[in-house]
Design a protein around this ligand. Structure first.
Ligand code: ATP
Length: 221
């Protein structure tokens, strides 16, 4: 489904969000006070506007209320980011996603109505630390701070057994969602098919349970 997005602030984060949404086939309006920022993506986005989004008249004249999701991607100027988030919710935008530069900034954004607050630097830091510290975790999506979906490189005690024998759900409280085997993705994974050494197991579970599974695998390597 093609959706209408607006991205306010075309810094590195905002530009990356805007260009990705556009590549995914959606309509994207990019807004920035800086003419050069606007020009740099003018040919790639559906629409761009050079304007100060902290001016309520600007937001209203752009018909911002009709967008499905508005991303506020301003980090440095916290006052502008908070004011814009507040106005967007007052105007009636359904979903506002706001980028926070600090924890305190994030708290205020939440208070003024942001539906989702993201901390790109902090989140990326956590992600990279996790990859670095755990060799077997290739990628992961944090669903909540406690629960994740991870891609897990199979080795040691898991190789040669099938999912029925491994009984990951009973033993580790994690559920196997899929197996990545070369270019192939086996979905849902067969309970009878033995797991191969090069397989990547996609599992969902609490971080603690995933850690236990990982330690079990490490132990017998
Ligand atoms: P990055 O994503 O590059 O890390 P950042 O967090 O440092 O960015 P800023 O540089 O503060 O964020 O802001 C990102 C963009 O938002 C800038 O291009 C800036 O011109 C734009 N911007 C700031 N205030 C406004 C405003 N009131 N209306 C529209 N755009 C704005």
């Amino acid at each position: 489904m093609v959706r209408e997005y607006a991205v306010i602030g075309l810094g590195r984060f905002g530009t990356s969000v805007a260009l990705t949404l556009q590549k995914l086939g959606h309509n994207v309006l990019g807004i920035d006070t800086s003419e050069s920022k606007v020009q740099s993506v003018a040919n790639e986005l559906t629409h761009v506007v050079q304007a100060d989004a902290s001016d309520e008249n600007v937001l209203r004249s752009l018909g911002i209320r009709n967008f499905d999701t508005v991303v506020v991607a301003i980090g440095q100027d916290m006052e502008a980011s908070i004011l814009i988030t507040l106005m967007l919710k007052e105007i009636g935008v359904r979903t506002v996603v706001a980028k926070a530069a600090t924890e305190a900034h994030g708290k205020v954004l939440q208070k003024v109505g942001a539906d989702r607050v993201v901390f790109p630097e902090k989140d990326m830091g956590t992600r990279i630390a996790r990859f670095l510290s755990e060799n077997d975790i290739l990628d992961y999506i944090e669903l909540t701070p406690q629960v994740s979906i991870v891609e897990f490189a199979v080795s040691g005690p898991l190789v040669g057994k099938n999912l029925r024998e491994l009984n990951l759900r009973a033993k580790f409280h994690v559920t196997a969602l899929a197996i990545r085997r070369g270019d192939q993705i086996i979905l849902p994974p067969s309970p009878e098919d033995p797991i191969r050494r090069e397989d990547i197991l996609v599992v969902i579970g609490s971080n603690d349970d995933i850690d236990r599974l990982q330690k079990f695998q490490e132990k017998d390597k």
